[in-house]
Design a protein around this ligand. Structure first.
Ligand SMILES: [Zn+2]
Ligand SMILES: [Zn+2]
Length: 122
């Protein structure tokens, strides 16, 4: 690496580059040969801040998995026009359960507001 602490040296000629002036792209130009160099001095500071970013990244991952569960719950609330054999109601809720074997298809589980539930192979 061409960086020692916060000092950055030209990768082309080894000249010590001027300290960070806060350029948008973090690029420093060598005063000696004109070579453009990445400001690895400020890059080191960014790397140091990474461990503190990790917990929020983990939290975001957990949050997205929670959203997936919520989406699944909404799917179980789907209504379907199916006659309940218990009370005769013609609109019931259903959920689809995928069995382990791919060739076995999925099982539809119906549930009625009367408390009756039954399943049917698709
Ligand atoms: Zn140079
Ligand atoms: Zn019913």
């Amino acid at each position: 690496m061409a960086a020692v602490g916060s000092m950055v040296f030209c990768t082309d000629c080894g000249n010590l580059l001027p300290s960070t002036k806060g350029t948008e792209k973090n690029i420093l130009q060598c005063e000696c040969c004109g070579q453009w160099n990445k400001d690895t001095g400020s890059k080191t500071i960014v790397t140091k801040s990474k461990p503190s970013d990790f917990p929020s990244a983990l939290r975001q991952k957990l949050h997205s998995s929670v959203q997936t569960v919520e989406r699944h719950n909404i799917q179980t609330e789907t209504s379907v026009f199916e006659r309940c054999p218990s009370c005769g109601r013609e609109e019931v809720k259903y959920t689809t359960v995928q069995l382990r074997g791919a060739d076995e298809g999925s099982t539809v589980i119906y549930s009625c507001e009367c408390g009756n539930s039954w399943n049917e192979n698709n």
